[in-house]
Design a protein around this ligand. Structure first.
Ligand SMILES: *[C@@H]1O[C@H](CO)[C@@H](O)[C@H](O)[C@H]1NC(C)=O
Ligand SMILES: *[C@@H]1O[C@H](CO)[C@@H](O)[C@H](O)[C@H]1NC(C)=O
Ligand SMILES: *[C@@H]1O[C@H](CO)[C@@H](O)[C@H](O)[C@H]1NC(C)=O
Length: 215
């Protein structure tokens, strides 16, 4: 009976303290084994005898991303996909290039906080807090300036100037994920019903259809 009560208490404590995060280390490293078919949260480790320096290496972040696209920006990721040695480490990088008037459109990283440093140019950045405040924090960043986008919050960067800009950002996950608001809401497959979006955004279905056609 007593053991029963202890068991229930332990379950209760465990469920109160249950958290999801990139795991803490149990070994020096766990280089992702891209051939493994095992399903785990992350990647299984490849045998340490097969690990080489190249598993911790990426080259090419000096190369500007191609910003010839509708929004005029390009994100070059360096996460566990590019560097298998990042597996189980709560960290990754991106390079972001902005053409003049280029926008990295509103998006969120479900698994990471981001800290961004401007290397070239000037950008207008911002993020919005969760309900009910939906407070917008925004700032103009010049070369050398650093800004934080808290985990999960919708944020953007806009180069509202005539010179191009470059930023590097660190993210607190090996696999931060990206949800771009416009793509998710108006560009899903299959589409969200225009009745749903018309009511959600309080506009006509024709307006929704027009926006959906852009994605
Ligand atoms: C994955 O498979 C490829 C092709 O069979 C092989 O060349 C490579 O060494 C394998 N990688 C690991 C980590 O076993
Ligand atoms: C950049 O992307 C555009 C549009 O996809 C393409 O036409 C162009 O060739 C690319 N430029 C380079 C240098 O790859
Ligand atoms: C963008 O720049 C133009 C020209 O300087 C200015 O009029 C406009 O207010 C700026 N917009 C934003 C969002 O900063």
């Amino acid at each position: 009976m007593a053991s029963h009560i202890i068991f229930v208490a332990l379950i209760a404590i465990a469920s109160i303290t249950a958290m999801a995060a990139d795991p803490s280390q149990l070994q020096d490293f766990c280089v992702a084994d891209e051939n493994s078919t095992a399903l785990v949260n992350g990647h299984p480790c490849k045998g340490s005898k097969k690990v080489t320096a190249d598993d911790f290496f990426f080259s090419g972040l000096d190369v500007a991303g191609n910003t010839s696209n509708a929004v005029g920006s390009k994100v070059t990721p360096v996460n566990v996909v590019q560097i298998p040695g990042l597996n189980t480490f709560s960290i990754s990088l991106v390079r972001i290039d902005y053409a003049p008037f280029g926008l990295n459109p509103p998006h969120t990283h479900p698994r990471a906080t981001e800290v961004l440093v401007v290397l070239e140019g000037t950008i207008l950045v911002g993020f919005v807090t969760s309900n009910p405040e939906n407070k917008h924090y925004t700032k103009v960043l010049d070369k050398g300036d650093v800004f934080v986008f808290p985990q999960g919050l919708i944020h953007y960067q806009y180069n509202n100037w005539t010179t191009s800009a470059v930023a590097i950002a660190g993210l607190s996950s090996q696999n931060p994920g990206v949800i771009t608001v416009g793509n998710a809401v108006f560009g899903s497959t299959p589409p969200i019903l225009d009745d749903v979006l018309a009511k959600a955004f309080q506009v006509s279905k024709e307006t929704i259809d027009k926006i959906q056609a852009q994605f």
